[in-house]
Design a binder for this molecule. Structure first.
Ligand code: NAP
Length: 481
């Protein structure tokens, strides 16, 4: 299985991102050490195991560190060791819990391809039953593995560029399969051709199409690059590509974010799955319809919100999340328990209602079509009223979740004389950045939060779900196009 490797561990075609390291993540007993050593031999590069490096550095065994200093201290040492791993060609194996720490993900993802190793619970139990490692819970081993896999699942998915189930395979067979995946990529030539036809049929700017042709041609220029994108109709106005591609460059991630613009979400999902896309942002009009094409939906999205704006593709599954509600919630945490009016009863209003209720607010929904306000109020446990009831409520907060004021519309949902200085106005519309409503609110002395505040927070959550990297809202703003 020895492979001829050109300079750079994985043979880097011109114009492609410089992947220097293969990082193996996954629970204990999934084969990271054995498979890592075989890969290191095959690629003729060093093998580095973060747990062994911790033992060397401290002169103590990991059970001793856990026993004497506790898990928190162990995680500190682990973070330092991972941050100082060499940037040069290497195979790196990480401890099973390393992926939970976002700082580790920044270090491990840099110029690297991350392969998540998985196994079924029985196999893991068999492989680690005689290990001297201390337990992480008070549960019996089988239950502990199930519990920890469940707790870390989202982090493992965020850490996976490629996924490999090692149950029932030998380490050599698993290593060979990984090498083949990294050499050839996951999508078939037919899937790449179909993907290209999809993008050529859209209205992508020429440089975007050129980049996609480079990625999707057969043989592919770089089979390790994973595509992400915004799915909507229309979505050519989206700020996603500008934002995420800048983040990919700065965080040294081998990914490309593009537009999936098509009237049929079924077709988008079929192309995305066949091309082994890593993630999608979902926008108007697909936030509800996309749910029928998902294997799983996160509880927040599935429960009262009933809409998905983020899809993570990992280990063969398409998993839906909603980050819109967090985008509304985070800028409002200081207003917990406030009296709020929510204008609108559509998709984003549904996420906003969930966020406001989560902050224990007293929420009244006002909407152009009262029946829709009533339906959302019943679903989310809020009050509802006719649109003109605003002046009788005297809220602390008003959230605009209608498109009023969104370019080219220049209307404001509220008149200036309906606003007052101790009111906080949160306009979810973000084009233009200062809407007619925000302009009026500023003129009246209200506190204001713009739609960019929501966009930044929800995009930050998406980045975390896809890559496990937790960037601050302040830092993310620097990348906005
Ligand atoms: P949606 O599902 O189409 O819902 C629109 C809502 O606005 C409905 O309740 C609708 O009332 C109401 N509405 C529409 N036109 C109106 C008008 N002329 N006068 C009064 N009410 C009107 O749209 P959505 O997905 O919820 O998006 C709403 C807005 O949120 C978007 O326009 C966008 O600007 C903003 N948004 C912001 C972000 C961000 O990150 N900041 C993200 C996504 C969306 P009916 O029930 O009567 O139809």
């Amino acid at each position: 299985m020895r492979e001829q490797v050109v300079p750079g561990i994985l043979g880097l075609p011109e114009g492609c991102h410089a992947v220097k390291r293969i990082v193996l993540t996954g629970y204990r007993g999934t084969g990271k050490t054995e498979i890592g050593k075989i890969l290191a031999l095959a690629y003729a590069v060093p093998f580095l195991d973060s747990d062994s490096l911790i033992e060397q550095k401290t002169g103590r065994s990991i059970p001793d560190i856990f026993h004497e200093d506790g898990e928190e201290r162990f995680r500190d040492i682990e973070r330092n060791v991972i941050a100082t791993l060499p940037a040069a060609d290497a195979i790196i194996s990480t401890g099973g819990g390393a992926v939970v720490d976002p700082a580790n993900m920044v270090s491990l993802r840099k110029d690297s391809v991350v392969v998540l190793l998985t196994s079924d619970i029985d196999t893991i139990e068999q492989r680690i039953a005689r290990s001297p490692r201390p337990p992480l819970t008070n549960l019996p081993l089988h239950e502990e593995i199930a519990e920890m896999l469940d707790r870390r699942r989202q982090h493992y998915h965020a850490s996976s560029d490629f996924c490999m189930d090692t149950s029932g395979t030998t380490p050599v067979a698993a290593a060979e399969k990984i090498m083949s995946m990294l050499k050839n990529g996951i999508p078939s030539a037919a899937a790449r051709a179909d993907g290209l036809a999809f993008f050529r049929g859209g209205r992508l700017p020429a440089p975007v199409l050129q980049r996609l042709e480079q990625i999707l041609n057969t043989p592919p220029a770089d089979p390790k690059i994973r595509i992400l994108g915004v799915a909507g109709y229309p979505c050519a106005h989206s700020r996603g590509p500008g934002l995420f591609n800048r983040l990919f460059t700065d965080f040294h991630l081998n990914n490309y974010y593009t537009f999936f613009e098509d009237p049929d979400i079924g077709r988008i999902m079929q192309v995305a799955k066949a091309m082994d896309v890593k993630g999608l942002s979902v926008t108007i009009p697909f936030k509800q319809d996309v749910m029928q094409f998902l294997d799983e939906v996160d509880e927040h999205a599935a429960q009262q919100i009933g809409a998905v704006n983020t899809v993570v593709f990992a280990c063969g599954a398409a998993i839906g999340y909603n980050t819109d509600w967090l985008g509304v919630r985070k800028p409002l945490v200081h207003l917990k328990g406030a009296k709020a009016v929510l204008l609108g009863a559509g998709g984003v209003a549904s996420a906003a209602a969930y966020a406001l209720m989560d902050l224990d607010m007293d929420v009244t929904i006002l909407n152009r079509t009262p029946a829709n306000a009533r339906a959302l109020a019943q679903r989310s446990g809020c009050r509802w009223a006719a649109w003109d009831a605003f002046d009788h409520i005297h809220p602390d907060l008003v959230v605009n979740a209608t498109p009023l004021g969104m370019e080219p519309d220049t209307r404001s949902p509220l008149a200036e004389d309906q606003l007052y200085p101790d009111l906080t106005v949160f306009d979810l519309v973000y084009t233009p950045p200062i809407t007619p409503l925000i302009e009026r609110a500023l003129a009246t002395g209200c506190k204001t939060i713009t739609g960019t505040g929501m966009f930044v927070e929800q995009a930050r959550e998406q980045f975390y779900l896809w890559f496990g990297i937790d960037i601050t809202a302040e830092d993310l703003r620097k990348y906005l196009p």
